[in-house]
Design a protein around this ligand. Structure first.
Ligand SMILES: NC(=O)c1ccc[n+]([C@@H]2O[C@H](COP(=O)([O-])OP(=O)(O)OC[C@H]3O[C@@H](n4cnc5c(N)ncnc54)[C@H](OP(=O)(O)O)[C@@H]3O)[C@@H](O)[C@H]2O)c1
Length: 295
């Protein structure tokens, strides 16, 4: 049976992980107030505590790191802070996991890619982040992979779920506030419901605990299929019973943001499937399930 430590437990993914973990699993899912990844001694103590409690109870300890500085635009002017959380924190966490022989699953992002592809990104494709956030997440991946810990990187994309500020909630709000809205139609990706991702990560953690973790250490896990933010927004309108024709497609140039985004960041799920893990359902079905669960 698993003993899990989930830094970032107050975020979208962290909440989903804590909520979906099997009732027999022991789960500690602290938010940043309870476990700050930039406080080295607290991180080391949390991993040591996990290892000791798990071994005393005959459980298998695993850390799933769901903590991150996720404010993509703010990171452009706050890169040192984003780096502290997204790169230095995971480095310390991975070193603690290595010394206590606790396996680590670290969550990363499609924004480590530049977006010039015209086919889904595979884990081995070259990283060329375009934003400060992407650079700090790429540095976090390097730190984890180079730590000596038994570790896996799972990249995901366009995450939404309960308890977060995310695209679905923004579009729901704008549907109530505005007669029409413009949404960018020249960035493609795969929306991912945090609950589906959490179920996938828990399946991976169980495999790791059983000693049958995948040989490949970098994996992609995202909702199946792809769309643009415009297509995603239309689907949200359809789900909430609003007229999707109130949404107008626009270009990224018409809607400038501080952080550049990849034009194409669809993640191939082949690595996940090849590892014998259950692929996530189509993004449109997941959106329907999520919005049905909130009503
Ligand atoms: N959201 C997306 O669209 C998206 C896309 C691709 C990949 N990802 C990746 O998926 C993972 C989960 O993202 P999410 O959407 O669940 O993010 P989120 O909702 O923004 O949650 C982030 C979590 O990180 C915690 N955190 C922030 N600073 C911290 C620190 N210094 N120490 C410890 N914890 C800290 C937050 O805690 P408090 O709230 O308590 O401060 C919160 O629990 C991240 O690795 C992210 O990079 C997300």
């Amino acid at each position: 049976m698993l003993s899990l430590l989930v830094p970032g437990g107050s975020g979208q993914l962290g909440r989903a992980l804590a909520g979906l973990a099997s009732p027999e699993a022991e789960v500690r899912a602290p938010g940043s107030a309870e476990l700050d990844l930039t406080e080295t001694s607290a991180v080391v103590a949390a991993v040591s505590d996990l290892a000791e409690r798990a071994r005393a109870a005959g459980r298998r300890p695993v850390v799933i790191n769901a903590a991150a500085y996720t404010a993509v635009d703010a990171a452009e002017t706050d890169e040192w802070r984003a780096f502290a959380v997204n790169a230095d924190g995971p480095r310390v966490l991975a070193a603690a996991c290595s010394s206590r022989r606790v396996p680590l699953v670290h969550v990363s992002t499609d924004y480590v890619f530049s977006g010039e592809h015209d086919r889904p990104y595979e884990p081995e494709d070259a990283l060329r982040p375009r934003s400060a956030y992407g650079r700090t997440k790429a540095a976090g991946e390097d730190a984890v992979l180079g730590s000596g810990a038994r570790s896996w990187i799972v990249r995901t994309s366009w995450v939404y779920g309960a308890g977060g500020s995310n695209f679905v909630h923004t579009i729901e709000r704008l549907a109530a506030e505005r007669a029409t809205l413009s949404v960018v139609d020249d960035q493609r990706g795969s929306p991912t419901w945090a609950a589906d991702l959490a179920a996938g990560l828990l399946e991976l953690a169980s495999r790791i605990a059983e000693g049958t973790g995948p040989g490949r250490r970098v994996l992609h896990c995202a909702g199946a299929g792809e769309t643009t933010w415009y297509g995603f927004a239309r689907a949200i309108f359809e789900e909430i019973g609003a007229d999707p024709d109130r949404i107008r497609p626009c270009t990224t140039d018409e809607f400038p943001r501080p952080a550049p985004r990849p034009a194409y960041s669809v993640l191939s799920n082949a690595s996940w499937r090849d590892a014998g893990l259950t692929p996530l359902r189509p993004w449109r079905d997941a959106l329907h399930a999520y919005l049905s669960s909130t009503r």
